[in-house]
Write a protein that binds this ligand. Structure first.
Ligand code: SAM
Length: 205
C-alpha cells in the first residue's frame, strides 16, 4: 500500500521522481546497491520488481533486463528512455504470475518495494522472486528499516515515506526466510544525503 497525499502524489510523475531521487542521493545509493549487492555480470538475466522508471539500468552492465511496475507512467518513461535495452511491463506479482518472461533469472531485485507492500503481498513478492530464479540465483531487496534507538529526525522523515510498511531488519529477514534458506542482511545507517536507515537482503536460491 502507498500513501497518496502531498509529495507522494507528485512522485508518481516519472520526471519528478527522478529529480527527487537525484536530490536526496537515491541514485548514488542505488548505484552502490547494484555494485555491492546485485553484482550482475554481462549476459545475466535480471528481473527488476517494482522497477519504477528503470533507473537501475544506468548502473547495470549489458544484462538481459526485464522490469515491471504497477505504475503505467513509470513503465512508459522506462520505454522512452531505455527502448530496446530492456523489457518493461505493467503489472504486479499477482497479474504476472506464470508469465514466462519472468523465469530463469540469475538475479531478481526489488529496490525500495517491500515496504510498499503489506505482509501478504510482500510474501507473495518474495515467492515470485524465488520462482523466477534459477537454482543458485539471488534475490536482492533494499528498503528503509527501523533500528533500536532510531534518531528522531530520521524517524520523522521515514514516517512520511510513500511506503506504509517499513519494518525492522528482523521482520524483513523473517519474511524472506519463509522462502529462502540463505538470507544475509546488511543495515546502512547513512545511505543517503537525508537521515535514513536502510537494509539490503541478499537471498540465495
Ligand atoms: C520507491 S519506488 C522504487 C522504484 C525503483 N525500484 C527504483 O529503485 O527507483 C517503489 C516502486 O514500487 C512500485 N510498486 C509498488 N507496489 C507494487 C506492486 N504491488 N507491484 C509492482 N510494483 C509496485 C511503485 O509503483 C514504485 O515504482
Amino acid at each position: 500500500m502507498q500513501s497518496d497525499s502531498g509529495l507522494s502524489r507528485w512522485l508518481k510523475v516519472p520526471l519528478l521522481y527522478n529529480v527527487f531521487q537525484a536530490a536526496v542521493g537515491g541514485n548514488a545509493g542505488r548505484r552502490r546497491i547494484v555494485q555491492n549487492h546485485v553484482r550482475a555480470k554481462a549476459g545475466d538475466k535480471v528481473i527488476d520488481i517494482g522497477c519504477g522508471p528503470a533507473q537501475a539500468l544506468q548502473c547495470l552492465p549489458d544484462v538481459q533486463y526485464v522490469g515491471f511496475d504497477i505504475n503505467p507512467d513509470y513503465i512508459a518513461a522506462a520505454k522512452r528512455t531505455y527502448g530496446s535495452k530492456g523489457t518493461f511491463v505493467v503489472g504486479d506479482t499477482h497479474s504476472l504470475r506464470g508469465d514466462l518472461r519472468f523465469k530463469n533469472a540469475d538475479i531478481v531485485t526489488a529496490v525500495s518495494v517491500l515496504h510498499h507492500l503489506d505482509d501478504e503481498d510482500a510474501a507473495d513478492c518474495i515467492q515470485f522472486a524465488y520462482d523466477a530464479l534459477k537454482n543458485g540465483g539471488r534475490f536482492v531487496s533494499h528498503d528503509p528499516c527501523w533500528v533500536p534507538n532510531h534518531g528522531a529526525f530520521s524517524k520523522y522523515i521515514m514516517s512520511h515515506d510513500r511506503g506504509r510498511n517499513i519494518r525492522t531488519e528482523q521482520q524483513y529477514r523473517e519474511l524472506a526466510e519463509k522462502v529462502f534458506r540463505n538470507v544475509k542482511a546488511s543495515v546502512d545507517t547513512k545511505p543517503m544525503r537525508i537521515p535514513y536507515v536502510t537494509v539490503v537482503l541478499e537471498c540465495e536460491k
